[in-house]
Ligand binder design. Structure first.
Ligand SMILES: Nc1ncnc2c1ncn2[C@@H]1O[C@H](COP(=O)(O)OP(=O)(O)OP(=O)(O)O)[C@@H](O)[C@H]1O
Length: 339
């Protein structure tokens, strides 16, 4: 894989922040059902923005409206000052979309496919540079029907890149990719940012969002529940830490439960002992408790400061999402331990 070198960099200085996408009150109604509820989002040039959310949260519907594939029921989208549904010719010159389902021609080779799509653009990148950037140079002569699922997705990304778009929209770009191919894809996307290309993507992978995105919007039930950098989202929920330790028996766990900061206790057998995970808003208080209660014999103590997945699950739990994990009532907490 290599960087794209046959086009001048579009990177902008940090102080020249330019809003390229403006979304205001974007809403999609299907009959009585509201799939997207008044979405507000500004995206700056050169940013990588991730839309996260459980299945059915409204990510694809939002993307479809942002790229003009569906008309909003309410609200507005402006991309480079263009209306995606009305200014189609100008819009498609500057914006590329890789949807979850796209059609390629099975009997064309990779290079022929890229050449075909390049011919649709005024100032395309070279086929060789895009094939190299997407790690497909060795497959240049291979017919599309012989590509693996992961290779096909990389070719689809190449097709989106070939017109040298200023904004690229990727719906679950890493779906079906093996870990090595995902890493390679991340490299391609980071390279786009360095060139000043703006990237809007959806993903179900929290590590991908953490690694790649400058900001993420977490959608639940059609609404944006949180929008910030991955780091800030995790920090904002620092009141939900996990302290884990190993003990020989359950004795004294009951008094641990009485600490006001403790919101849940889970236990599971571990090599003849018990691994305990305490959810708490004050990990220091739990550690102090363990230190003061030496009779408990707690060992292998770890503190997990949380990650984007925790934030996601916490936000998703506030909706009707099926993995609901409500905080147990005080009385029932111990009863909810899992083994
Ligand atoms: N054409 C349609 N008619 C009626 N309802 C629809 C239509 N398209 C989508 N929906 C509903 O809108 C909601 C949002 O769907 P959408 O595909 O945007 O979710 P998503 O977040 O992209 O989900 P996934 O992660 O599964 O791809 C879902 O409840 C879906 O069933």
């Amino acid at each position: 894989m290599s960087t794209i070198t046959d086009s001048p960099l579009r990177a902008v200085a940090v102080q020249d922040v330019e809003t390229v996408v403006r979304i205001k009150g974007l809403t999609k109604q299907y009959g009585d059902f509201t799939a997207v509820k008044s979405l507000d989002l500004d995206i700056n040039r050169g940013e990588i923005i991730g839309l996260l959310g459980p299945n059915g949260a409204g990510k694809t519907t939002s993307i479809d409206m942002i790229v003009g594939l569906q008309a909003p029921s309410n609200g507005s989208v402006s991309v480079f000052g263009l209306d995606p549904t009305k200014d189609r010719a100008q819009f498609t010159r500057r914006v590329a979309v890789q949807t979850q389902e796209a059609t390629l021609f099975p009997s064309l080779t990779v290079a022929e496919t890229l050449r075909l799509f390049a011919s649709l653009h005024e100032h395309p990148l070279s086929v060789a540079s895009v094939a190299a950037a997407t790690g497909m140079d060795e497959q240049a002569g291979v017919k599309v029907r012989k590509l693996s699922g992961g290779q096909t997705r990389r070719l689809l990304l190449g097709v989106a890149l070939i017109g040298d778009p200023e904004l690229i929209v990727l719906d679950e770009p890493s779906a079906g990719l093996d870990p090595a191919a995902r890493q390679q894809l991340w490299g391609v996307i980071r390279n786009l940012r360095e060139r000043g290309t703006t990237v809007l993507l959806t993903t179900h992978h929290m590590d991908e969002a953490t690694e790649l995105c400058d900001r993420v919007a977490i959608m639940v039930d059609g609404g944006v529940m949180a929008l910030d950098t991955p780091e800030n989202l995790v920090l904002a929920q620092a009141n939900n830490r996990k302290v884990s330790f190993t003990v020989s028996s359950e004795t004294a766990l009951q008094s641990l439960e009485d600490l006001p900061s403790v919101t849940g206790i889970q236990t599971r057998p571990s090599n003849g002992a018990l691994r305990v995970t305490v959810s708490t808003s004050d990990s220091d208080a739990v550690i102090a408790f363990l230190g003061a209660n030496t009779g408990l014999g707690a060992r292998v103590i770890t503190v997990d400061g949380g990650n984007l997945e925790d934030v996601f699950l916490q936000l998703a739990a506030t909706s009707n999402y099926s993995t609901r994990t409500d905080k147990p009532s005080r009385q029932g907490r111990f009863g909810k331990r899992t083994r």
